[in-house]
Design a protein around this ligand. Structure first.
Ligand code: TRP
Ligand code: SF4
Length: 328
């Protein structure tokens, strides 16, 4: 056992990874990899809460995500990489937590209302979907995580996790820590249509996109609508293309801002430049990925090791939780 703080994050394996994932929680997981004890997992049960009618892609997507993570630099030697559904202690903890979670906490959760509206083609009036945040609380509390890198949209869930932990502690005695979020610099990466980048909105730049694909996606983006000629003074602060420059060229952002404001560059040129920068930043990843898929056994082995380690911790938590409640 180390006395390092525990950092944990997860995401839903709903498809290929895109820049929103990368700049959301993955960059932080990589940045702090050496400093903390890390848990990184793919939440296939959470995926099932919205994909229960079409679950056939979840497993494949999950494996693709693991390959992506390893190619990005998540080091399985120091980060426990695992699959949520391998940790069968999580549903037991979810059950205990669901006993003490008032329905009203879940019903008032902003993500719940929003998703029901956004994903209106799916029937989400299920118990599983309502209790999504309880399952997430169990994910986090099962390893008693200190720090949880998430995007801004997940903050209500983290708040609920803390409320549930407090409730448990006050009912059965101090046990769970209250985890803190770690927000990345880019808490909300914008997609090519100006909304949050998401596969389901069809506005994502994928980590596997080649230069021409990135270029044509960026070319479609709306810029400052007042700019007609390349020499018109622009307003980078309202331009979505500029938001990518902030992600990739933060250290000379003034220069990029000024050349737009002073009408020294046309939008097409400005767009192609950022496409190239994005593509360059992904090139190594794409090469590493090609190497990794040549030996898929390694990927399965990584998940096996993750499962073995995390289940040890999780079963200890369950034993202690049972004792705390008094049904041991
Ligand atoms: N709800 C998160 C999302 O949709 C995924 C998630 C599930 C998660 N369990 C977690 C994130 C635990 C951090 C910690 O992105
Ligand atoms: Fe946006 Fe670049 Fe055009 Fe300015 S020049 S409006 S930053 S695309």
């Amino acid at each position: 056992m180390t006395d390092k703080k525990i950092m944990l994050t997860g995401f839903r394996p709903t498809g290929k990874l895109h820049l929103g994932h990368l700049h959301g929680n993955i960059v932080n997981m990589i940045k702090y990899q050496e400093q903390y004890e890390n848990y990184f997992f793919l939440v296939d049960w959470h995926a099932l809460s919205t994909e229960y009618q079409n679950p056939q892609n979840i497993k494949n997507n999950l494996i693709e995500c693991v390959i992506d993570l390893v190619a990005l630099g998540i080091n399985p030697q120091i980060t426990h990489l695992y699959r949520q559904s391998d940790i069968i202690e999580i549903p037991e903890l979810t059950l205990y937590l669901s006993m003490i979670t008032p329905l009203s906490w879940l019903e008032r959760c902003p993500t719940y209302k929003e998703q029901i509206k956004e994903l209106n083609s799916k029937d989400l009036s299920t118990l599983g979907f309502l209790s999504y945040p309880v399952l997430m609380a169990a994910d986090i509390l099962i390893v008693n995580a200190d720090i949880v890198p998430v995007g801004e949209d997940q903050l209500p869930h983290l708040e609920l996790t803390r409320e549930i932990a407090r409730r448990f502690n006050s009912l059965y005695g101090e046990y769970f820590k209250e985890p803190k979020e770690l927000l990345s610099k880019a808490t909300r990466v914008i997609g090519t249509d100006g909304r949050k980048m998401s596969k389901s909105y069809n506005n994502a730049i994928f980590l596997s996109d080649d230069y021409n694909t990135i270029k044509s996606k960026i070319r479609q983006m709306i810029t400052d609508p007042e700019r007609i000629h390349p020499t018109d003074p622009g307003h980078p602060e309202i331009c979505n293309v500029f938001s990518f420059y902030k992600l990739y060229k933060d250290n000379n952002i003034k220069e990029i801002e000024n050349r737009c404001k002073e009408g020294k560059i046309g939008c097409i040129k400005c767009k192609d430049e950022i496409s190239e920068i994005i593509y360059e930043s992904l090139k190594d990843f794409q090469l590493r990925r090609k190497e990794i898929v040549k030996n898929m056994d390694n990927i399965y082995k990584i998940l096996e090791n993750g499962k073995e380690h995390v289940r040890k911790i999780a079963s200890k938590t369950i034993k202690e939780v049972r004792e705390k409640i008094g049904i041991d």
